[in-house]
Design a binder for this molecule. Structure first.
Ligand code: F3S
Length: 407
């Protein structure tokens, strides 16, 4: 790899031990992936924040990097932690876990990382523009950034994202290069998509299709009439989870789609495919579920407003977590949504989510609108899962009979 004078100085340890370690990580990755050079990045999103995933070894690594003088050189934000930083007791988080989680967050703060603790950094001030090179971890956010924003990021891991933050660089390979952003397979969608659950189910269908094909990872998607920000974040999360996908093009919706002709032949996705994916994501009964959560990826303020509207004057009968970024919750506080939601007995779980919190085995079955949450709830936390449309998830928390949907 060709390194600039500044990059060589970092590698030689002239800018401190942590920066040296960071550059070593980037050079090793660049070498593995055949990068010719480094490129500067303008923002970083770091994942691997929950102490539940990091453990003692991860905390030790972060503390060492902070003590070694590591400081973020570019805008750097943080993924959800294992707890609501301000309200962990109400969520049943153990005090010893909270202490370790606090040490993790403090280590990041010492490195000038903004402790935003959200997987939707683009809703909290980390919003790269078209063509901007960034280094993000958190697969859902990477897929959203590449596809919906037209920024350029590989799917970084926790250490490589931190390394990019501490050096302001990343190795130029993968999604940073034009040739890897060309769509490889067209999907024609012959189904009317409604809510987050539909978009999540579509992500699963396309993701699993791509997983089965070697070397095909960038889909071109036709036939989706329109999509909201919330639906696109749900789709990005699901496609990244089930397909390992970092980039999709959606005709008339994502910014790079018009640069390409849809590759031939195409795969047709029907209502039956979507129904089968939804059925596969549901392994329990909503009536018997003991846990309800919305906010995977983290909720937008528009979604929180809708929850407040549905819960106003009512009482939930199940444990119901509303997961979002702290800044979004602060808007909800100001607008009175928080008071309405909390009066119902539902709980805000800001800074965290139902996947990264240490709740394995604590509940029997989760009701959610998120295909990604279903995947991890079943795999990591060993819950049964029930995928439902957004409004019906709220109804499930209220113990109200479900709204019958068209077959
Ligand atoms: Fe975000 Fe947690 Fe889902 S990090 S994408 S809410 S699994």
């Amino acid at each position: 790899m060709e390194l600039s004078k500044e990059e060589q100085a970092m590698l030689a340890g002239e800018q401190g031990k942590a920066t040296q370690k960071a550059m070593e990580i980037l050079v090793a990755l660049g070498t593995i992936y055949g990068a010719q050079r480094m490129i500067p990045v303008t923002s970083v999103q770091i994942a691997g924040v929950s102490y539940d995933n990091l453990g003692e070894a991860g905390l030790h690594f972060l503390s060492e990097m902070a003590e070694g003088g590591g400081r973020a050189r570019v805008l750097t934000t943080l993924n959800p932690a294992g707890m609501d930083v301000e309200n962990w007791q109400a969520l049943g988080i153990a005090a010893d876990f909270a202490e370790k989680q606090t040490q993790v967050i403090d280590a990041f703060a010492r490195m000038n990382v903004l402790t935003t603790c959200t997987c939707t950094p683009y809703l909290s001030g980390n919003l790269p523009h078209f063509g901007e090179h960034v280094a993000w971890a958190e697969s859902s956010a990477v897929c959203f950034a590449n596809s919906v924003l037209g920024a350029r990021s590989n799917r970084e891991g926790g250490p490589s994202a931190l390394a990019a933050a501490l050096t302001g660089h990343t190795a130029a390979y993968g999604m940073h290069l034009d040739q890897n952003r060309v769509p490889q397979l067209t999907f024609d969608i012959y189904v009317d998509l409604q809510g987050n659950d539909d978009f999540g189910a579509l992500g699963r269908v396309i993701g699993e299709y791509l997983q089965a094909l070697e070397g095909i990872s960038v889909p071109f998607i036709r036939g989706v009439g329109d999509a909201t920000l919330e639906q696109l974040k749900s789709f990005s999360a699901s496609l990244a989870t089930y397909g390992g996908t970092a980039l999709f093009h959606m005709e008339h919706i994502t910014p790079e789609a018009s640069q390409f002709s849809p590759p031939e032949p195409s795969v047709t996705i029907t209502r039956g495919d979507l129904a089968a994916a939804k059925a596969a994501l549901t392994s329990g009964d909503a009536g018997e579920a003991d846990f309800v959560s919305l906010g995977c990826p983290h909720l937008s303020i528009k979604e929180i407003a809708r929850i407040a509207e549905l819960l106003e004057g009512k009482q939930v009968v199940k444990e119901f977590w509303i997961t979002t970024a702290r800044p979004t919750k602060q808007i909800a506080d100001r607008m009175g949504y928080t008071a309405m939601i909390e009066a119902s007995g539902a709980k805000f779980a800001a800074d965290t989510c139902c996947v990264v919190a240490p709740i394995k085995g604590r509940f029997k079955a989760l009701v959610t609108d998120s295909a990604k949450a279903c995947y991890y709830a079943a795999g990591k936390n060993q819950f049964q899962t029930i995928l439902k449309p957004f409004d019906e998830v709220v109804l499930a928390a209220l113990g109200e009979p479900r709204v019958e949907m068209e077959p």
